[in-house]
Design a binder for this molecule. Structure first.
Ligand SMILES: *Cc1c(COP(=O)(O)O)cnc(C)c1O
Length: 425
């Protein structure tokens, strides 16, 4: 069992909190860079390898800049994600536009930026033509094999129920149409299972996509230049989970590549990924202060963060490990529910969690919030979004997003007669 330790000490946190009040999300630049390098090393056998960071996981330009510096592009699926990508200077084939149910104006923007457009559906060929009048030289299509996706008899997920992607027959048809319209280079994409904690997912997915690629090359004559394994590599949210070994994952994909693509004369295909969680989740902490305790039918500790700052526990019952700063080695001999202040009983970061004895004012570190954390935030109960801070490689901390104020929350009333009463005008 590996220990989950915060990437900051209590002393560091106390100093940071003296400048930036809790709650906030704190990111670890050194960890982000180390992990990105390991990913690139694991796929260094593939000269065209590129990671397109899934911007939706953590849409902050300062972090996108760090990832860009590590060689990553951006996977976008909305107008504002495209704008963020543009703002950090990631354009052209540095952007993978993997959207679904796509509004026309987003196709227009993606095309203006020169992004690789990954079509979710065959009907989008016509929509794209209406939107931009032509077709880019390179296009990608998203595949959905249907049925259930199993790894050694375990059902991992149910692609047949998922709204994404095209059937094999539709992709074949789509490639034929796109080719006839002048598209010269093709890619295939699929995202079948989320948060996999197994070294087998990517190699299994790669086999499915590589075999499809060989088939499409033979039947349509399309020149396939990349295969996008998308997201889905998970992280061990629980301390008893075995982390993925990215080196083994890279080797597993390499083996299938040599088995399937190379003999088909496709040894020049680039491998792309669109990881979100794997790139950032472990390198973010939600830092929060204990502000209340309550002893009724259960023992509660109330913190100054709530589900609007991290929705995963409330939404999916997801486990997020919690460390009481400064009590890393104390025995976990007290059982608590750790709650936020929403008027919703699912606003609990932990239920029946064994932790060291907690006192008022203790600082709690909620782990693995670097992806799908802040970004899933919302404003229910009039709660405000927190700040985001970056712990830089030199140990200094910078504010990379300020906390919302009531003025931000009320800003969209600024046309109304209430604006003055709310102090906006
Ligand atoms: C969400 C998403 C990703 C990233 O998923 P992770 O689970 O964070 O790896 C990648 N590609 C697409 C199209 C997505 O929707």
């Amino acid at each position: 069992m590996y220990m989950k330790r915060p990437f900051v000490t209590k002393e560091q946190l106390t100093e940071i909190i003296s400048r930036y009040p809790t709650p906030f999300h704190l990111y670890d630049e050194a960890g982000i860079r180390r992990n990105a390098k390991e990913l690139y090393d694991a796929f260094s056998w593939n000269p065209g390898f590129k990671e397109y960071f899934a911007v939706k996981a953590t849409p902050n330009p300062y972090l996108l800049d760090v990832l860009k510096d590590c060689g990553c592009g951006c996977d976008c699926s909305s107008m504002t994600e495209l704008m963020l990508s543009e703002a950090v200077g990631v354009t052209g084939q540095g952007i993978m536009f993997s959207s679904n149910d796509t509004p026309q104006e987003e196709f227009v923007k993606a095309n203006e930026l020169g992004a690789i457009i990954n079509l979710d559906d065959i009907t989008h060929i016509e929509k794209l033509e209406q939107a931009i009048g032509t077709f880019p030289k390179t296009m990608s299509c998203r595949f959905n094999p249907g049925g259930v996706f199993t790894i050694s008899n375990n059902i991992m997920d149910n692609p047949g129920d998922a709204k994404y992607g095209m059937t094999a027959a539709q992709i074949e048809e789509a490639f034929r149409i796109l080719k006839s319209k002048g598209v010269e280079e093709f890619g295939i994409h699929a995202f079948l299972v989320s948060n996999t904690v197994t070294n087998d997912y990517y190699p299994m997915l790669a086999k499915v996509l590589f075999e499809l690629a060989v088939h499409l090359k033979e039947t349509t004559g399309a020149h396939i230049t990349f295969i996008n394994l998308s997201g889905g590599i998970g992280i061990p949210y629980r301390p008893d989970e075995e982390p993925n070994d990215i080196k083994k994952i890279g080797e597993g994909v390499h083996r299938v590549y040599d088995e399937v693509l190379v003999p088909a004369g496709m040894g020049d295909v680039s491998i792309y990924t669109e990881l979100g969680r794997y790139m950032l989740a472990p390198y973010g902490h939600l830092v929060t202060t204990v502000i209340n305790e309550k002893h009724t039918y259960k023992e509660y500790v109330g913190v100054d963060a709530c589900a609007v700052n991290l929705m995963r526990p409330a939404m999916y019952g997801a486990y997020h490990h919690i460390t009481v700063a400064g009590k890393e080695d104390a025995p976990c001999d007290h059982m608590y529910d750790v709650t936020g202040s929403l008027c919703e009983n699912n606003d609990k970061f932990a239920i029946d969690r064994m932790l060291p004895e907690i006192e008022m004012g203790d600082i709690l570190v909620i782990h693995d919030t670097g992806a799908h954390g802040f970004s899933m935030g919302y404003n229910y109960n009039g709660k405000l979004r927190s700040a985001e801070l970056l712990l830089k490689e030199d140990g200094t901390v910078s504010l990379i997003r300020r906390a919302e104020t009531p003025k931000d929350y009320f800003a969209t009333f600024d046309f109304s007669s209430y604006s003055k009463k709310l102090g906006l005008a």
